[in-house]
Design a protein around this ligand. Structure first.
Ligand SMILES: Cc1ncc(C[n+]2csc(CCOP(=O)(O)OP(=O)(O)O)c2C)c(N)n1
Ligand SMILES: [Mg+2]
Length: 804
């Protein structure tokens, strides 16, 4: 196996006293036994799946030693030892997650929402306000997609740079002490083959941020060995060109073996010092790690590792080597180590039992209640036998889960349909109560529950005077951003061409020169890590505005938005928030990659985020203002063709807000309602004029935000008046327009008020063709809208509106 070891000279030395080393041994043993017992729990049917950190213990203990208050981890499912070592995870909590316990106290990382091995600390108080993160050991909330933990690491580290270099942030003492915090990442060897890993390493080298990323190299990614993942089978060799030199900045690369306790201790102290004091990114390639139990509970590694490899893994198991190290340095004798191990084993057993008792007794209690109520209802029911049978079967379930209980009750309620209300009253009341609790357990916290929810931001209308000038739309944004940069030091923006030229449409023109490069910054072309940079900085109390140059390129960053940001609040049950605002532009221009409007894609993948679709720049500025007063993540899609259109400059820029989730009536009419948004507002308004000339009065509503969607039922009010509706947008058929139709017809119960079949207007199914003609024949036009409305009116009154 690998022979290379290069550990730079340390500035600070790790504490290698007997007490410290034996404490490390104790934690390592606890962690190993947690892995061994965890696997058994799965095989006994008490948990569904297990993935464990055995074979990776010692390096994580070294990392924990270098980790300081205020630091952040962003890692993956192997990191239990690290979490135990920093004191942010107890063995009991570890098992509670394995069982999927829905109680936040029992399982603080995700309240049972994530499978085991997904770690997180809670950055927020119950009311959604920030804790003092400088007094905590922090872990960002893990996600399953391999390498997707890495892009936000860039942001977590970049925040330290901002806190150190932007003096305007010095009062934010809850988040940083002079930018001294290091962001520590972990990733498996195979996962480094993902593009986002390379993108992050490159960006970190460019930006010189305090990030230390460890690669846990056990030679495999499930069954596939390194030669299939990585050129030269070595990620540190591949990255050698990134290594800093005496004359050029870059990243530091350290190689160390995963069983070498002392070398690991030096490596981590060195890496931590370097990153913390000089903001130099470091990669630690930890080689020769093992997987004593294979990848996960889903299969055994005997299927793909040969006997030689399996034997090698036994011999080089880091715990065996640690034991040898302690004995050969005479820090303890074998009896002492055996005793520590026996105590560790006992502790794991006892905490595992405590976790199981807590988890199972909650469900047992619910089961007993349900069985009693079922039997009670059976007594007076015509379906006595079968309901008693349901109760009997339920009472005998081995390792019952909540679904078993609820399912039996729901079946019984169906069976009881012909019985009187009295017979089922108690059962039904119990079921209603449980349903309520289960919504909290499994469905809550998709959006903010705090006082900073977007729905709580007070609406302040834009104010105009007779003297308010007509300006290009982009100037409204520029003035708003200028005002906000001056007012809120937490606010900053970055993206491709955002810095020097102030974005390709110049909404930040001149603002870098005025407010500095830390506030308005250029980035490389790297959408995925632009989003990661935003998520990480938002997790540390800043207010980033991350720009994606065109909506058509959002796909590169969409994965991070979907897998990480959109579900962050949900998957931590309100434990973390990252109020990142993504700014982009789309809807209307020309060609396959500069005119898209993939709102269906966004709506399906970004539940948990606010989706703003302003029709002009005045509305956009008001929406940014609302979002900055709230604590929710959002995407704002500006109209690509709107920057040079004239708008009136409001007098109260920076004060006015746009209420999110509140459609605006752009035009009143009695015959038919058209619900639309974004650039389509102009098209529909033009159609309305033409239709008025032939005697058809349409009412036009701009939804303004797709998520949240019409929280006050304003569209329904309009339909009650016109009894006809069209949902229009520029997305493909069955996407954004279908979403709006479902929200209104089903969500607002509007079917009964319709006198005509509800319709949609959308673009063609393909991406739009280039040039003005391409646009005309791909996207909905004024004529399309006029003809659709006319056809609907013609069906109602063919005499008045003869078929065209
Ligand atoms: C994007 C993505 N693809 C595939 C998977 C399935 N998967 C889970 S772990 C894993 C292997 C990871 O190997 P490595 O990075 O070496 O970490 P290790 O488990 O060996 O510590 C794979 C393919 C995933 N979770 N995410
Ligand atoms: Mg691996």
């Amino acid at each position: 196996m690998s022979e290379v070891q290069s550990v730079p000279k340390t500035l600070n030395f790790p504490d290698l006293s007997k007490e410290a080393v034996l404490e490390d041994f104790r934690v390592a043993m606890i962690s190993r036994h947690a892995s061994l017992v965890g696997r058994k729990e799965v095989f006994m049917g008490k948990a569904k799946f297990g993935i464990f950190g055995d074979g990776k213990e010692i390096a994580q203990i070294a990392m924990a030693r270098a980790f300081q208050l205020g630091d952040f981890r962003s890692g993956y499912y192997r990191d239990q030892t690290f979490m135990f070592a920093i004191g942010e995870l107890t063995v009991q909590q570890y098992f509670s997650q394995l069982y999927a316990h829905t109680n936040v106290e029992a399982e603080p990382a995700s309240a049972g929402r994530l499978m085991n091995g997904h770690f997180a600390t809670r950055s927020l108080n119950e009311d959604g306000s920030w804790k003092d993160l400088t007094k905590m050991y922090n872990s960002a909330a893990d996600i399953s997609p391999t390498a997707a933990q890495v892009p936000k690491l860039l942001g977590l580290a970049y925040a330290s740079k901002l806190f150190r270099e932007n003096k305007g942030l010095k009062d934010l003492t809850k988040f940083s002490v002079n930018g001294n915090e290091v962001a520590w990442g972990t990733i498996g060897n195979a996962s480094t083959a993902e593009g986002m890993f390379f993108e992050t390493i490159n960006a970190a080298g460019v930006m010189q941020v305090p990030m230390v990323i460890s690669v846990w190299d056990d030679g495999y990614g499930i069954s596939v060995p390194n030669e299939f993942h990585t050129t030269k089978s070595s990620i540190s060799e591949v990255l050698a060109g990134f290594k800093r030199t005496d004359t050029e900045k870059g990243i530091e690369i350290i190689r160390v073996n995963g069983w070498d306790y002392e070398a690991l201790m030096h490596a981590y102290v060195e890496a931590g010092d370097l990153a913390r004091t000089s903001h130099v990114p470091v990669l630690i390639h930890v080689l020769e790690m093992t997987q004593p139990q294979g990848h996960s509970t889903s299969g055994s590694h005997e299927r793909y590792k040969d006997a030689k490899r399996l034997q090698w893994e036994k011999e080089w198991d880091c715990l065996g080597k640690f034991r040898e190290y302690i004995l050969s340095n005479e820090l303890a004798n074998a009896d002492t180590l055996d005793k520590i191990e026996a105590e560790a084993k006992a502790q794991v057993r006892q905490e595992k039992e405590a976790a199981w008792t807590m988890f199972s007794s909650e469900i047992k209690k619910e089961l007993n209640e349900a069985v009693a109520l079922l039997r009670d209802a059976a007594q007076h029911s015509t379906r006595k036998v079968i309901i008693n049978q349901l109760a009997e079967e339920l009472s005998k379930t081995i390792n019952p889960i909540r679904k078993d209980v609820v399912l039996a009750v729901r079946k019984a309620l169906l069976l009881l349909r012909f019985d009187s209300a009295k017979v089922k009253e108690n059962l039904k009341a119990w079921y209603d109560k449980q349903s309520h609790l289960n919504v909290d357990r499994y469905n809550s916290h998709l959006y903010s529950h705090s006082q900073w929810s977007v729905l709580n931001v007070k609406e302040v209308p834009a104010v105009y005077t007779e003297k308010s000038p007509l300006v290009d739309g982009r100037e409204i944004l520029q003035s708003y951003f200028d005002y906000t940069l001056a007012k809120d030091p937490r606010f900053f923006t970055f993206g491709e061409d955002v810095g020097k030229i102030g974005d390709v449409n110049q909404a930040f023109a001149g603002l870098q020169a005025k407010h500095g490069e830390l506030r308005v910054s250029d980035t490389g072309i790297r959408e995925c890590t632009i989003i990661g940079q935003g998520i990480g900085t938002a997790l540390r109390g800043l207010r980033p505005l991350a720009e994606i140059q065109y909506l058509d390129y959002l796909l590169y960053g969409l994965q991070m938005l979907s897998d990480d940001l959109a579900c962050l609040h949900y998957r931590t049950k309100g434990g973390q928030k990252a109020p990142l605002i993504v700014r982009t532009r789309g809807h209307r221009l020309e060609g396959v990659w500069h005119s898209g409007s993939p709102m269906g894609m966004i709506l399906s993948s970004l539940r948990g985020m606010v989706v703003c679709v302003p029709r002009d720049m005045t509305q956009a500025a008001g929406m940014y203002n609302t979002l900055l007063k709230s604590d929710e993540p959002a995407i704002v899609i500006e109209c690509l063709n709107g920057y040079r259109l004239k708008e009136k400059m409001p007098e109260n820029l920076g004060e006015y807000t746009v209420a999110l989730g509140k459609p605006e009536i752009l035009r009143e009419g009695k015959d038919l309602t058209i619900v639309t948004y974004g650039s389509m507002c102009k098209i529909v308004m033009e159609s309305a004029k033409e239709l008025a000339e032939i005697g058809i009065e349409i009412e036009v509503l701009d939804v303004q935000t797709l998520l949240p969607f019409d929280v006050h039922g304003i569209i329904g009010q309009s339909i009650k008046k016109t009894n006809r509706v069209i949902f229009a947008d520029e997305d493909v058929p069955g996407a954004g327009s279908a979403f709006m139709m479902q929200q209104v017809i089903e969500g607002q119960d509007m079917f009964r008020y319709l006198d005509s079949e509800p319709q949609t207007i959308s673009a063609k199914a393909h991406r739009p063709a280039y040039s003005s003609d391409g646009d005309y024949f791909s996207k909905p036009s004024v004529e399309d809208v006029v003809e659709k409305v006319y056809a609907m009116m013609s069906e109602v009154n063919p005499k008045k509106y003869p078929v065209l």
